[in-house]
Design a protein around this ligand. Structure first.
Ligand code: M6R
Length: 361
């Protein structure tokens, strides 16, 4: 049942305010400015002993994990990084007893992730799951974890599960942070930010008509560049994946700082750039990158907290706490990919060559 929407992708994009509400529900502890994640199976003493966090996933779940790693570093000050599960399992990684491994998957059935989890467990590592489908293989195999409560996701192109997974990571980061050095005041600041998300998501989705108009404006592109830095970079990567999957337009994502080390050579009017420009301490750096693109007559669509002078168009999104901004900045670009694909007559819910869960190697 698509509930009045023409595609599952559209329906699932529009379910995000409710989905985020669901992942937050019952977990916030205002008394201690923290959150409770029932299924982690990691007590406070064990959590304090974690020296490093390694997040493993594929595709969109890997991108959500990249934002998750940044959230964990920022809020809990535990070194963290994300890696594609398939790369990890084939490079004979050093498995360290003080590292906490986190497997991320919507379906909970992705073979490369499951195989990585099994190899880790065999070596005695502790593995948590951040999974959407309850009772799935990865959820069962993990030592504990948290469900992301996005609800069923039917479209091959993941949208609401990405957003909910990042929110689940924010909860995990807050929980770990408050066991370690995150202050009560900062815990409260993040909780207040999380509570604002559902309304801000609705606000972004209410701008659909404008995003649709912009999608038509850029639909002639043969190829698009997506740039961002630090918090904005995984957002750029995910937005670029969305566009290629559903519209088949070639897209690539680069850290804005890497432009001048090569990809700037590609910039010309036929290669527009989508720039993720949060209003944080890197704003000036991002403006400088847009200036470099403009100087090569590149067209720029910015996603930012206020209209960007250097950009041809800006999608303005509501501001949250700096750490939580990436959660919101990807959402208009889901709609951008959707409307681009729709205008091109693509098979939105089942893009060619792709399957919803990749249960083979
Ligand atoms: O079910 P999973 O989250 O483990 O799936 C991982 C990827 O196959 C998946 O995210 C894929 O990249 C999607 N088609 C993205 O929209």
């Amino acid at each position: 049942d698509m509930g009045g929407h023409d595609t599952y992708m559209h329906k699932e994009i529009f379910e995000q305010a409710d989905a985020v509400d669901r992942v937050l529900r019952g977990r916030i502890d205002d008394r201690f400015s923290t959150v409770h994640l029932g299924g982690l199976n990691l007590d406070a003493r064990e959590a304090r002993g974690v020296r490093r966090i390694k997040i493993l996933g594929c595709g969109t779940s890997y991108h959500a994990g990249q934002i998750g790693a940044q959230l964990i570093e920022e809020l809990a000050r535990i070194p963290a990084d994300a890696e594609p599960a398939s790369e990890f399992r084939y490079r004979n990684p050093v498995v360290d007893p003080d590292t906490l491994y986190v497997a991320v998957s919507q379906s909970g059935e992705t073979y490369d992730v499951l195989a990585a989890v099994q190899e880790l467990k065999r070596k005695g590592a502790r593995v948590l799951g951040v999974v959407n489908v309850v009772g799935s293989a990865i959820a069962r195999e993990a030592d504990g974890g948290t469900y992301v409560h996005a609800g069923p996701e039917v479209c091959v192109v993941s949208t609401k599960c990405f957003t909910n997974t990042v929110v689940a990571f924010a909860l995990l980061a807050l929980h770990l942070g408050r066991i370690r050095d995150l202050s009560v005041a900062d815990g409260k600041r993040i909780i207040d930010g999380l509570r604002r998300l559902p309304e801000q998501i609705s606000e972004i989705l209410a701008g659909e008509d404008e995003i649709k108009r912009l999608a038509a404006e850029y639909a002639d592109a043969k190829s698009m560049m997506f740039i961002g830095r630090v918090r904005g970079y995984p957002v750029a990567r995910e937005a670029s994946l969305k566009l290629k999957e559903v519209s088949y337009i070639h897209a690539e994502a680069y850290p804005a700082s890497e432009l001048k080390h090569g990809p700037l050579a590609l910039i010309e009017p036929a290669m527009p750039t989508v720039a993720i420009v949060p209003d944080d301490d890197l704003l000036e750096k991002n403006r400088a990158a847009m200036e470099e693109i403009k100087a090569r007559s590149g067209r720029i669509l910015a996603v930012a907290h206020q209209a960007q002078e250097k950009a041809d168009h800006t999608i303005v999104v509501p501001k949250n706490e700096n750490e939580l901004d990436p959660i919101l900045m990807g959402i208009p670009l889901q709609l951008f990919a959707y409307h681009t694909a729709l205008a091109m007559g693509r098979d939105i819910d089942k893009p060619r060559n792709l399957a919803k869960s990749v249960t083979v190697e």
